[in-house]
Design a protein around this ligand. Sequence first.
Ligand code: MG
Ligand code: ZN
Length: 216
Amino acid sequence: MEIKVLKDILGANDQMAQNNQQLLDKHNVFAVNLMASPGAGKTSLVLETIKGLGGKVRTGVIEGDISSSIDSKKIAQEGAPVVQINTGGECHLDASMIRNALDNLPLADIELLLVENVGNLVCPAEFNLGEHRKVVVSSVPEGDDKPIKYPAIFLIANAVVLNKTDLLPYVKFDAGKFCEAVRGVNRKVDIFEVSCTTGDGIDRWVSWLLAQMGRK
Ligand code: MG
Ligand code: ZN
């Protein structure tokens, strides 16, 4: 029975995710799971967030990719502790992968953990990692219909970041329609319009993050 197998896998994953959250809480680390399709700008958002925090919050990063360490190298250049997970084909991160990464991060030295999930708007929605907040990153070139096509991931998001707003003059994208579609799925979610290229809107996003952490 395939359905039962999937339920068992997700049940075991949820258990491990709970253990991850206990470990994070023990070290006062606030974890955020960043989910998006490939190319939405997750790594750029991680970099801009670290810059935007301006050293106020010690931040660690987990980079999830099917292969390569291109993204983790960019993060390491900013001086943040980073662990690269190569899933070797898996199109999402799961709680056991996060557990391994946590064992390789200096948890006592960080306050915020940004987890960049594998670029995919489908199954990351199903796998809890032990994070405290889930954030979907969307981008202008992807089109304004993503919340309608992938409602499950928008439904579980605590915040949605719309990236690449600097491209709005050049792309057929209706920001009003996008926000309406997001709210159609998830009425209370916070939406942030940002450009990681110009830095527009990053301050509001960073303020939200700090507020979620109980910081100012
Ligand atoms: Mg990336
Ligand atoms: Zn997957």
